[in-house]
Design a protein around this ligand. Structure first.
Ligand code: CP
Length: 290
């Protein structure tokens, strides 16, 4: 039984192995290989991609799936997060996929819940499966990580995607930079001017401004954000020939990304979403390994 809580606890070799298994899943292997297992998806924060691509991965593996609805649950009568999770363990499910808005929500579960826990995103800290699908997409594109340059652009401070990715990408030998508005910068990372990044990077990864995690409204308008930090077709035309555009999504058209850039030739956004199913199949299989 193996939890997946933070990617930083996995070695580079373990990460490469998960990506190898995900590639086999993409090639059609592993279908129905976990028939009979029951998995519960407990999302205490909204999600489309993570929840339903886990759901798709579970169905491809042959699992039976419970999608918990917090709004129609006894949490509305005051039941706690811990007691809710413990209840699902007591049902006898074989794994729990959990997302919560609290950083490191899993701390109170460790040692008290005895089925594999897969972190589907905790606050602004970690999003392991998003990072794995980003890595899978980059590896497919370039065949390596070593020496590649990436700029992650936007709301770095509140982004679990940025925090997870920068830690693991640096370990894999990538050069990571951040860009975007001062108010969302995280000073521990190397800053690069946005237009310079667009011209020089191998990967431009855009982020949504995560208003739901902010106490104060953004200091600039969405129009100003788009003008200063939005990836427009004019900017795309200055990118290197083999450079690619990524975004974990959901994206805001006309803010961090222009409408016509979303599905342009350099965009890998929907490829990322496609790969998400296969990395989630791989981490589910890993959860049940000895
Ligand atoms: N990328 C991502 O985590 O999307 P969802 O919030 O829709 O799951």
């Amino acid at each position: 039984m193996k939890d997946l809580l933070q990617l930083s606890t996995l070695s580079v070799e373990e990460i490469q192995h998960i990506l190898d298994v995900a590639e086999l899943c993409r090639q059609g292997e592993m279908i129905d290989s976990e028939k009979g297992r029951i998995v519960a998806n407990l999302f205490f924060e909204p999600s489309t991609r993570t929840q339903y691509s886990f759901n798709t991965a579970q169905l491809k593996l042959g699992c039976k799936v419970i999608n918990f609805n917090a709004q129609a649950s006894s949490m509305q009568k005051g039941e706690s997060f811990y007691d809710t999770v413990k209840t699902f363990e007591s049902f006898g499910v074989d794994a729990l996929v959990i997302r919560d808005r609290k950083d490191e929500y899993y701390r109170e579960l460790i040692g008290r819940i005895h089925v594999p826990l897969l972190n589907a995103g905790d606050g602004k800290k970690d999003h392991p499966t998003q990072s794995l699908l980003d890595l899978m997409t980059i590896r497919q594109e370039f065949g390596r990580f070593e020496g590649l340059n990436i700029a992650i652009v936007g709301d770095i401070k509140y982004s679990r995607v940025a925090h997870t990715n920068i830690e693991v990408m640096q370990r894999l030998g990538m050069h990571c930079y951040v860009s975007g508005p001062q108010e969302y910068r995280d000073e521990q990372f190397d800053y690069i001017d946005f237009d310079q990044a667009v011209r020089q990077m191998d990967v431009i990864m855009l982020l949504r401004v995560q208003h739901e995690r902010h106490e104060q409204a953004m200091s600039i308008s969405t129009q100003e954000y788009h003008q200063k930090y939005g990836l427009t077709m004019e900017r795309v035309n200055t990118m290197k020939e083999k450079a690619i555009i990524m975004h974990p999504a959901p994206f805001n058209r006309g803010v961090e990304i222009a409408d016509e850039v979303v599905e342009c030739e350099k965009s890998r956004i929907f490829k990322q979403i496609h790969n998400g199913v296969f990395v989630r199949m791989a981490v589910l299989k890993r959860a049940w390994e000895d």
